[in-house]
Design a protein. Structure first.
Length: 465
């Protein structure tokens, strides 16, 4: 017995290294197995819609937690992991994402950014919406504050993608989807934008409808700026169509004979009723200013600048309000230009000639009534006359060769007298002026063409001292 004990005491220490090797081998083989099971489980879940998935493996047992977006998706996820190669037991920690009732999604735009909030139905949907917003808004900052929830209506993604294109047409505003009802509010970025949005909403996916569309059109703005330094009249903003565009540019050419017309107008829908008549009257008032700005916004006319003399300022302020169509308002801010320095008769003669060479005093056909297009030119002639207070001026009328010579003679005299009356009404002394009419007896161009006749129908200012 004693010998047996001595023999066994010699071999049992050899079991220790063997045990260590066995434990080490078991550990080495378990780590790859768990890694493989985790990979197999992850692969199985790729085709299942889940969020915030967490997988842990202990031996051949898999525990995983996740948020599922439907009961079907949750069961599919569990079944996928159970079927993964090597898995013995699945500890199911999945749960359903909360359901949103009602299901609300919002896109809100201000001057700086677009904020997306409310809920999206899936992580992939959320990512797709954000990507589409950035593409549609072309560089505008997009802030994503969307959550995730169940309960989205069918074709939700298609509806939101169409609505994001409408957000791009807003200057500011908000689009709300509540289940299948859509509400819009705000201001369109451009004229015509409101109508374009309304047209696009007709293509909403089946089941969706517009509960409210309170998108407003931006102000319909027409602007004109008279610059005496550059000697230009710059027109910008909008006109209803090409015909009105051409008519207003032609009107500006008649009223602003001294200025070069810079035409930056664009045609667009949305003009208020009476637009053409209001702008024509307002341009007439602007033509009487030395320098000025005209802004027509919807049915409001804002005119600011300097009149050439005191009486003109009063006439412009009172006259514009009377001439505008019904429903229009005006805010004239007209001051008076400081009086220019006096000049002698030679300079006076040159100034009269220069202004009458660029523009002509116009009259109604076969009449001595002065056309409104001539108001700006007459104000400049009055200012010149005020600068040479001791100079005597003869106002001479001429007609073209059409019609009876006797009638033309009388018409030329009446037209000269009408101009004198206009100057006297402005405050100039009547005894400084005399009038003469020569009818058609002194043409400066042939009467065979309309252009020649236009040149012959004229008023001259002759300085006599």
């Amino acid at each position: 017995m004693h010998g047996l004990f001595r023999w066994s005491s010699k071999w049992w220490p050899g079991l220790i290294p063997f045990a260590i090797l066995w434990v080490l081998a078991a550990w080495v083989s378990t780590v790859p197995l768990e890694a493989e099971l985790a990979a197999n489980s992850g692969t199985a879940l790729k085709s299942t819609v889940l969020d915030k998935t967490q997988i842990s493996v202990a031996g051949r047992d898999v525990s995983f937690a996740a948020l599922a977006f439907s009961e079907e998706g949750r069961r599919s996820a569990v079944a996928s992991v159970e079927a993964a190669p090597g898995v013995r037991l699945v500890n199911d920690g999945t749960r359903l994402v909360a359901e949103a009732k009602p299901f609300v999604w919002v896109a809100e735009r201000d001057n700086v950014r677009v904020t997306l909030w409310g809920t999206a139905p899936l992580p992939a949907s959320k990512a797709r919406i954000v990507e589409a917003a950035r593409a549609a808004l072309n560089g505008t900052e997009v802030v994503d504050r969307m959550g995730l929830a169940r309960g989205a209506p069918a074709r939700f993604d298609a509806a939101t993608l169409l609505l994001l294109d409408q957000v791009a047409k807003l200057k500011d505003g908000k689009i709300i989807v509540q289940d299948t009802a859509i509400s819009l509010a705000g201001m369109a970025r451009e004229l015509g934008g409101r109508e374009a949005i309304a047209a696009a909403l007709k293509n909403l996916p089946e089941g969706f409808s517009v509960a409210a569309n309170d998108v407003k059109a931006p102000p319909y703005v027409f602007q004109a700026n008279k610059d005496p330094v550059a000697v230009t009249l710059t027109l910008s903003g909008y006109v209803p169509d090409n015909n009105v565009h051409a008519a207003l540019v032609a009107t500006a050419g008649r009223k602003f004979a001294n200025e070069k017309i810079v035409d930056n107008l664009k045609a667009s829908i949305g003009a208020p009723s009476g637009f053409s008549a209001a702008v024509t009257s307002a341009l007439g008032a602007l033509s009487r200013l030395s320098t000025g700005t005209l802004i027509v916004s919807d049915r409001e006319v804002k005119l600011s600048g300097d009149a050439l003399y005191e009486a003109a300022a009063g006439q412009i302020r009172a006259g514009l309000a009377k001439e505008l169509p019904t429903g229009w308002t005006t805010k004239p801010e007209v001051s008076v230009k400081p009086a220019a320095s006096p000049v002698d008769s030679t300079v006076c003669r040159q100034l009269f000639a220069q202004n009458l060479a660029k523009g002509r005093i116009r009259f109604e056909t076969n009449s001595a009534s002065i056309n409104a297009d001539s108001a700006g030119l007459l104000d400049r002639l009055i200012e010149i006359a005020m600068r040479c207070p001791t100079t005597a001026v003869e106002i001479v009328g001429h007609t073209d060769g059409d019609g009876d010579a006797g009638f033309n003679q009388i018409l030329s005299e009446k037209r000269a007298q009408a101009v004198q009356d206009y100057l006297v009404k402005a405050g100039l002394p009547a005894d400084r002026f005399s009038t003469t009419g020569y009818g058609s007896s002194q043409p400066i161009a042939g009467n065979e063409t309309d252009e020649g006749k236009l040149q012959n129908r004229r008023i001259e200012f002759l300085v006599r001292q």
